[in-house]
Design a protein around this ligand. Sequence first.
Ligand SMILES: [Zn+2]
Length: 384
Amino acid sequence: MTHHLAPKISLVVFIDALGWEVLKGRHFMETQLPFRRKLRSVFGFSSACIPSILTGLMPREHRHWSFFYYSPKTSPFKPLRLLGRLPRALVDRGRVRNLISKLIKRLYRYTGYFQLYNIPFKYVDKFDYCEKKDLFVPGGMNRGQNIFDYLERAGVPYHVSDWRVSEQTNLDALKADLTQGKITFALLYMASMDALLHEVGKGSPQVDQKLAWYETQLEEVLRVAGEHYAQVRLFVCSDHGMATIHTHFDLMSKIEGLGLEFGRDYTATYDSTMGRFWFHNPVARERIVALLEQVPQGRILRQPELERLGCDFECDQFGELIFLVNAGVLIVPSHMGLKPITGMHGYHPDDADSDASLLCNVEPPNDPQAITDVFQLMRAESGA
Ligand SMILES: [Zn+2]
């Protein structure tokens, strides 16, 4: 049997929340992937970090950050306001909200990740949503171009995972494509590490088990790739790490205790690690700022710092004021989740638990330092 090997394949494996600190003290693929470095993350949740990996741009440039932003004029959610009149015990059940989210996604033909989370129905018509499109296709960005725009233009034969299906399905799809020997670049997307780390925290033995599973799976990918390619270049990367929660903080009650009226005086949205505010009169701004300045669990991010973080948005799209809690503090309740959890991310990128990782079987090109550099790595590797 003659066996012609294709010359080279570059595999980029994205494992959500595989933080540098998560890997500390563990020996995940140390022999297979000896070139290891920590990457600085981008301020925001995966909804901000993944677009930065795919474009090399900061949030200010690609305009993907936290999902919801104040925009009553463009809000597509006006019909949902009616649900605010129904008993919260009925419409606020997780399953009901998931169902409504799915319905909206289909009705509005959103191809991106769409989830209403816990945003109250009575205020939802004040917000618009920043990830309506699938990020993993050409033209997926709100602004700028992603790696898929480059790959298509350059005519690179590539493989990319479908983030809607399971890790196992994506692994099988990649191996099937590798067996054909036609692709020269692949991006494998593995999402479930993030959910596990939120649930059990980075110190859990369940994380060791999950890492052992990834190791087995990636060794199998390497084996299949090695049968069809003369050179296999493997890069495992992530978007952020995971901090362990030590404090719950009820920011919402504090703000509501000021006696201001939501919607008339101010509008706010509470993510797990930040409160984002829009002010409709100067008194509201004054009182909220005065209160937040006294809160020891976090701090207001001023303009120069937001600029350094690449999160200074045109027209303050994602908030006129951003209040960020300290690493390990969780805003509860929030508009994102109600379930008690062990781990969270979306803290300041200076915090060690925010750091992402890059693990490679060859020296990575272009000396990557931050998650945005993964984009340049993918361009260099694919020749796009
Ligand atoms: Zn997460």
